[in-house]
Write a protein that binds this ligand. Structure first.
Ligand SMILES: Nc1ncnc2c1ncn2[C@@H]1O[C@H](COP(=O)(O)OP(=O)(O)OP(=O)(O)O)[C@@H](O)[C@H]1O
Ligand SMILES: [Mg+2]
Length: 588
């Protein structure tokens, strides 16, 4: 179901890749001290790795062959001490590294999260939640891998290779060159395989992300899945997706494994070549067999990092793509944001004006056309009209969840575009169709509406909307733990909690979208009372399909065809026998 509608991720271009690397390095450079210590340790470790073959060479040629056992023991002890220190330093390096990468990752994750909060509805409208989740969690984790691979493996490997080449060339150019004879073969092989791999890993990542998105949708929609007895279908889709996921992985790994073969063959050819040159060309004998042993060690020091690179390569490419996606989110400009010179919204009195407002979610599909109205402070406006008429859209524009394309929306004397979003929304009370509750206690959920609310204020708000009584009947009262779906509470009770959360900040403008639609008649009576109290003294917009809940509004706007088709009081509109009358009749 969902999987097909998910957009594919684009390919990461070479240019972007290098920009991404630069940005990642930027994060690293914030930890200059740690990096300096890590580099020093690394230099020591690489130095010891490089010295070891020399020590062995000297042990064989200077001590073992001539029979100087005492000197050899001293040499071994020194070598042992150096290497023990190295092992300890490596542990310290690991610790420093993981501390650093973890805090970098934490920073980046915070950055992504903070940025997500600023993005408009449009961003969330157009992406499955599962995909967003997999970016915040999965992709940021991959990013950690890039950092760790880079500092723990690649950097020391690179230094080692360069140093080994230099040492070998100085010690014996002929043997050195012979030992690197497989290099051209390796490079050619890597290029070919890399090309084949890249596409396959890309496909694999796409499949992973599809699977993620599907899983998320299935789990959040589990009630619907079960209601429609669609478990079988869900399972089938899941099987299909996991199968594709698995196959794409196998496909990629199969090619990836060729890397190792190429590396092994090149290494083998080089070592054979080196030995051939040593024995048949240079005629090495017992007196300098140590040199040969040393060179063999150097060659493995040379080829091992290259093999590492081979096995890391794809991981790195994949992880870079993940990093790229993370930065993509961080770089997204929110469509709705504060202008250059916004002021603070002064204390709202509650006048709301639409001046020839035109709006479309998608170009060419206008939802509102030249809508104008003027609402005096304290008025209650009911918005009615057929589904899809644009009622929710009107209130979304007041809260500035979207920007109008033409016209202006004025609150008191300020255009909503000219004040900071924060100062605007903090004075609005918005209750939408889904009364989302967060995991936490009832008290915490209500405090969400006003973060510095005292316990008394919370109870006060609950009393006002008529929620206090049922809360006190719960075993743990205000400390009752809720889940995101408000498990254990009835629809009406959840509604009352949402009311309390909305009005606790005493908003000057109140927006209730479909607020009473999901309640049975008995609870509705209770909720009605709550609504009546919370509407008092503030400008309110109430959207409801059930006309009984809007009779008491000061004015009713009937929305149709992108505008206000009728407006007036209930009795006036009924007398008019127009649209509103018909809507009412249809309901009765
Ligand atoms: N995020 C969106 N992206 C694109 N089009 C949208 C979006 N939201 C709503 N629309 C379209 O805009 C029109 C008005 O939608 P709106 O949600 O305002 O209707 P409504 O009057 O609130 O309907 P209902 O009574 O069903 O809630 C509809 O045709 C709808 O398809
Ligand atoms: Mg609506």
């Amino acid at each position: 179901m969902a999987a097909n509608s998910i957009k594919d991720d684009e390919e990461v271009s070479q240019v972007k890749k290098s920009i991404t690397i630069k940005r990642l390095l930027g994060y690293l450079f914030r930890y200059k001290k740690t990096i300096a210590v890590v580099l020093l340790i690394m230099a020591y470790c690489v130095g010891i790795s490089l010295a070891n073959p020399l020590i062995i060479e000297s042990a064989i040629d200077d001590y073992i062959t001539p029979g100087n056992i005492k000197g050899m023991i001293v040499l071994v002890l020194i070598a042992l001490a150096l290497n023990v220190i190295k092992v300890l330093l490596v542990k310290i390096r690991m610790y420093l590294m993981s501390k650093m990468t973890n805090s970098i990752i934490q920073n980046i994750r915070e950055e992504v999260f903070t940025h997500l909060q600023t993005l408009g509805f449009k961003f969330f409208d157009s992406r499955p939640t599962g995909k967003i989740l997999s970016r915040v969690m999965g992709d940021v984790n991959s990013l950690k891998q890039v950092l760790q691979n880079f500092v723990i493996t690649l950097l020391p490997d690179f230094i080692t290779v360069v140093a080994v080449v230099i040492i070998m060339l100085i010690k014996n150019p002929k043997l050195a060159l012979a030992g690197m004879v497989g290099l051209p073969l390796l490079i050619a092989g890597l290029l070919v395989i890399e090309n084949m791999c890249r596409v396959r890993w890309q496909i694999h990542r796409k499949k992973s992300s599809n699977l993620n998105a599907f899983l998320h949708e299935d789990i959040s929609g589990i009630r619907i899945v079960k209601t429609f007895a669609a478990e079988e279908e869900a399972l089938e889709t899941f099987d299909e997706l996991t199968e594709e996921h698995k196959n794409s992985f196998i496909n990629a790994v199969r090619v990836n494994d060729a890397f190792n073969s190429v590396i092994e063959v090149s290494t083998a050819i080089s070592i054979v070549c080196m030995l051939y040159v040593a024995i048949n060309v240079m005629h090495i004998d017992a007196s300098n067999v140590g040199l040969l042993v040393a060179f063999t060690s150097y060659l493995s020091l040379f080829w091992q990092p290259i093999a590492n690179l081979g096995s890391f390569y794809n991981q790195i490419i994949a992880n870079l793509a993940a990093a790229e996606r993370v930065f993509e989110i961080i770089d997204l400009e929110p469509e709705i944001k504060d202008g250059e010179q916004v002021g603070e919204m002064p204390q709202i009195t509650g006048r709301v004006r639409f001046e020839d407002v035109g709006f479309a979610y998608e170009d060419g599909v206008p939802v509102l056309k030249d809508v104008s109205f003027d609402i005096t402070p304290g008025e209650t406006i009911a918005l009615v009209g057929p589904t899809g008429a644009g009622k929710t859209t009107i209130v979304n524009l007041i809260s500035r969840f979207y920007d109008v394309q033409t016209g202006n929306i004025m609150i008191d004397d300020s255009n909503v575009r000219d004040v900071s979003i924060e100062s605007l929304r903090s004075q609005l009370g918005i209750m939408t169709q889904d009364n989302f509750l967060f995991t936490g206690t009832i008290r915490e959920n209500i405090r969400y509406g006003k973060l510095d609310a005292t316990d008394e204020e919370i109870e006060e708000a609950c009393k006002k909307v008529g929620a206090h009584d049922f809360i006190m009947k719960l075993e743990k009262g205000y400390e009752t733990e809720l889940t995101e779906r408000g498990g254990g509470l009835s629809a009406g009770q959840k509604q009352l909690l949402a009311f309390a959360r909305t009005i606790i900040s005493d908003p000057r403008i109140l927006i209730l979208d479909e607020a009473t639609s999901s309640i049975d008649t008995k609870s509705e009576l209770m909720v009605q009372k709550g609504i009546a109290t919370i509407l008092k003294g503030r400008t309110s917009f109430v959207i409801a399909h059930r006309l009984s809940t809007i009779r008491n509004a000061d004015r009713i706007f009937v929305i149709e065809n992108g505008g206000i088709a009728e407006s007036g009081k209930h009795d006036e509109l009924m007398a008019k026998k127009g649209l509103y009358y018909n809507l009412n009749m249809a309901q009765a």
